[in-house]
Design a protein around this ligand. Structure first.
Ligand code: ADP
Ligand code: MG
Length: 498
């Protein structure tokens, strides 16, 4: 693989962050190590596996087994995916009948390793005894391996293996919900001295935490290559710790971590509940911070809300800078769609992007998925995508959100139930007789829609997201002691959800 892929800068991302090899990303493997080639192969195999799944669904089991399953990926270069067929007949058949479909599906599914597949070529297997060329090429010479990472030999290390080259500051779209997190991430990356310690980034799934962490790592790599940066998921941290315990090698485990300049641990919530790892993490953490090294943490909750984590660790985590990423609002969703659409080879009309930004509200990852689907379709049919065709293509995603009650309906129903005017839902009045129904409505909005706290706040007269969070907590705890309220909420829920 490496020989064939040596000229393609895209393949830098072939070692993608989800790799589960358990390696950390400091320079420990010798440069000749085929490790990153192997994980590139693994990434490609994973993508090809997904292409197969979708093809199988699309063209049916029999045709898939006959024509697609025997194909092998032989190279991925300059936007061309080359496949090998086992016979001339198979090559002809696949080229004439399935190449288009393969191209579109591969463009979407190979996104992890090469964001721009534009052609699919099918050729006859060069060596039919050895159709699986990927593993054969794992023994690639060091020079080719160096080219794969696209780095000069001395700058290349295992760090590259964990980082997605698309996750940079330049590719991060900034809006109100993420501007604080972006600003502190940038500052941390830019300052030679330790800026905030620790930097703690938190937010819901798919909102850009990993993206920002990789961006920090890339920036530091570029600005001060001598600083040793270690990025790893909390799961990997635990895996390595447990392995060190098993091999009675905790000393070198400690040293490895404590010798880095910047330590980043992603999704730290996964450390919670595991006492000995928490303990070790705590000590490593303290040692680094006391020594003036930068520590950067991400989690899905704020330090104080991390369940199953020791009190002293939770409070320690909150000592530096804590920045949260809120769910993307409409403007940010549209901005992200526009920026990603700009980089695509086909054009998508603004009104289609606006439609998507309105209707897909869950998270950025889902938004990206929806856009990829639209792009794939646009490339396949070569016809302009309209709102109608977008609605059809995204039907499953849209159905999921339209089955939900609207905030409007919730407000009307709750107002009627408590006999207050609907306008009280937006008013600033705080007297109990209107405040409580308003809180019930906010609680229901949180439970029956996928809207974020800030989104809900906006629909209740522009209230702050903390007000909504408070309302939800209040109703939750009151329902436990107040039977009447619990009954009201239950009833309203069943009416509105049905
Ligand atoms: P998290 O780690 O918070 O679950 P990720 O960082 O994996 O989320 O983000 C999910 C996807 O959404 C990634 O592909 C990322 O590039 C993209 N993404 C999230 N926020 C933004 C943003 N503000 N601008 C551009 N892309 C974004
Ligand atoms: Mg993440």
């Amino acid at each position: 693989m490496s020989g064939d892929m040596s000229n393609n800068p895209d393949t830098k991302s072939a070692s993608y962050p989800q790799d589960s090899s358990g390696r950390d990303h400091t320079a420990s493997a010798p440069p000749e190590s085929p490790a990153s080639t192997a994980s590139a192969d693994k990434a490609i195999e994973a993508c090809w596996g997904r292409v197969n799944l979708r093809m199988r669904k699309d063209i049916g089991d029999a045709a898939w087994r006959h024509w697609i399953k025997p194909l092998r990926v032989s190279r991925l270069e300059d936007g061309t995916l080359t496949l090998e067929a086992e016979s001339t007949l198979a090559r002809e058949r696949v080229s004439s009948q399935y190449a288009d479909r393969l191209r579109v599906i591969s463009a979407a599914e190979f996104n992890d390793v090469s964001p721009s597949i534009r052609h699919v070529e099918v050729r006859l297997a060069s060596n039919r005894q050895q159709p699986h060329r990927l593993s054969e090429q794992k023994q690639a010479p060091a020079a080719a391996h160096s080219a794969i990472t696209g780095m000069p030999a001395e700058g290349r290390d295992d760090l590259m293996a964990g980082l997605d080259p698309r996750y940079t500051f330049a590719n991060f779209v900034v809006g109100k919900p993420n501007e604080l997190a972006f600003a502190v991430a940038r500052r941390t990356a830019e300052s030679e001295k330790v800026a905030f310690n620790p930097l703690f980034l938190y937010g819901g799934v798919g909102l850009g935490k990993t993206h920002l962490m990789h961006a920090i790592a890339w920036h530091i790599r570029q600005q001060s290559p001598s600083r040793k940066v270690l990025y790893l998921s909390a799961e990997k941290f635990m895996y390595r710790f447990v392995r060190a315990l098993r091999f009675r090698d905790t000393m070198s485990f400690k040293e490895q971590f404590r010798s880095v300049d910047v330590l980043m641990i992603d999704d730290v919530q996964f450390i919670s509940g595991k006492d000995s790892t928490q303990e070790e993490f705590f000590h490593t953490f303290n040692a680094l911070v006391e020594d003036g090294r930068q520590v950067i943490i991400s989690a899905d909750k704020s330090p104080t809300d991390l369940e199953g984590m020791e009190e002293r660790l939770r409070s320690r985590l909150g000592w530096g800078m804590v920045a949260d990423i809120h769910p993307a609002d409409y403007e940010l969703r549209l901005g992200i769609l526009q920026s990603k659409a700009e980089q695509a080879p086909v054009q998508i009309a603004d009104k289609v992007l606006e439609f998507m930004a309105h209707r897909i509200v869950s998270n950025v990852r889902e938004l990206e998925g929806a856009l990829n689907r639209i792009l794939a379709h646009a490339m396949l049919v070569g016809r302009e995508i309209t709102i109608e065709s977008a609605a059809e293509l995204l039907a499953d995603l849209l159905r999921a959100s339209s089955r939900q009650a609207s905030v409007d309906a919730i407000q009307k129903r709750v107002a009627a139930h408590y006999d207050v005017r609907v306008s009280e839902m937006f008013s600033a009045r705080r007297s109990r007789d209107v405040a409580r129904p308003r809180q019930v409505a906010m609680y229901l909005a949180k439970n029956l829609t996928s809207l974020s706290y800030p989104d809900i706040g906006r629909q209740f007269g522009g209230r702050d997201h903390t007000t909504v969070m408070h309302a939800v907590k209040t109703i939750e705890s009151l329902s436990k002691s107040d039977g009447q309220l619990a009954e009201d909420v239950q009833l309203l829920k069943s009416i509105l959800a049905g």
